[in-house]
Every structure is written in C-alpha cells, then in structure tokens.
Design a protein around this ligand. Structure first.
Ligand SMILES: [Fe+2]
Length: 177
C-alpha cells in the first residue's frame, strides 16, 4: 500500500515503475504470510487458541486473518507514509525494507519449523533485493534533480524551486549566524 500510494508523485517513470512492481509483489507477500498464519491456526480449538496466547485475538476475530503487528497493534494507514516528496518517500522505503528484513531475522531466530522458515527466508531475500532496488531508484532520482536544490525542497511539489531556493538560503544564513 505504501509503494502503490507513493508511485503517483514520483517525477520519473523509473521510480513509478519500480514502486508499482514492488508494491504489487508485496501484495503477494501478504498472501504468503496470511496463508502461513491461516494454516497454523485453522484447526485450533478455542481452548488451544487461548492456551497459545491468542485469547483476545480469538474473541475479536475467531481464526480469521486480521493484520496486526506481533505486539498486537492493528494495521492502519499510519504504518506507512506517502509524503508526496520523492526523496522523503524513497528514504522511508529503504528503512521499511530493512525493518522488514530485521523482523524476518527475529522470526527466524525463534521459529524452527522448516515449513515456516523456508518461505520466511524467501521473503527476507526479497526485502534485501527491494532495498537494493530502492537505493538504485534514489541514486537515479538524485542524478536527475537540480543539484542546487538537493534535499532543500519537494521536487514533486515545488517544481520551480523558488520556495526552496529562498528557504535554503535563509536556513543557511541562520545556520551560519
Ligand atoms: Fe519489500
């Protein structure tokens, strides 16, 4: 959802295409994770769900799939950003991929079942590839931007850079006073 939302304000086709591709792939990853959770929980009784710490979840959702963090925080749009600023958004995406990779690392430290670990290892590898692709996208974007305005204005919104130029100058003056 993050990538499929951010794609619209990317100024160049390369970044739009990459966000569309990776965003679509991530939907497939959601299906993989949901299938794993469903296969692990679908045959459990209410007592077993409670014994294994899923009591509150069971009361609210039975054995249905409802996205939430491991700590219980439900998924909502605040989980990701779409700032409408290409550099800001790509930096967020790079961090998101590393956070996903760290989460998979943590899962692999505590889960030993190979039928779970194998797909998790696959997903982990994809996050590393996504991080590399977003790094390329950021470098490509930077090469096309006006170097005088690097990080000083929103290249998707302040297209003429007038706000940026004056603001960057006053920021510089304040920093050097
Ligand atoms: Fe990813």
């Amino acid at each position: 959802m993050r990538y499929l939302s951010q794609r619209y304000t990317m100024p160049y086709g390369m970044q739009k295409a990459l966000l569309t591709d990776i965003g679509t792939e991530e939907l497939g990853h959601l299906e993989i994770v949901a299938a794993i959770v469903h296969q692990l929980t679908r045959d459990l009784t209410a007592d077993q769900l409670v014994e294994q710490g899923f009591g509150p979840y069971y009361i609210d959702h039975t054995a249905g799939i409802w996205p939430q963090a491991a700590g219980g925080i439900p998924f909502n749009a605040c989980e990701f950003q779409s700032k409408g600023d290409p550099i800001t958004d790509l930096f967020e995406d790079l961090a998101a991929e590393q956070k996903a990779r760290s989460t998979y690392d943590n899962i692999l430290r505590v889960i030993k079942d190979p039928e779970i670990c194998d797909p998790i290892r696959f997903l982990r590898k994809r996050e590393i590839v996504h991080f590399q692709r977003f790094g390329e996208a950021l470098r490509d974007l930077q090469e096309h931007l006006d170097s005088r305005n690097f990080y000083a204005f929103n290249s998707a919104f302040d297209k003429n850079g007038l706000f940026a130029a004056s603001q960057a100058l006053s920021d510089h003056e304040q920093a050097t006073v």
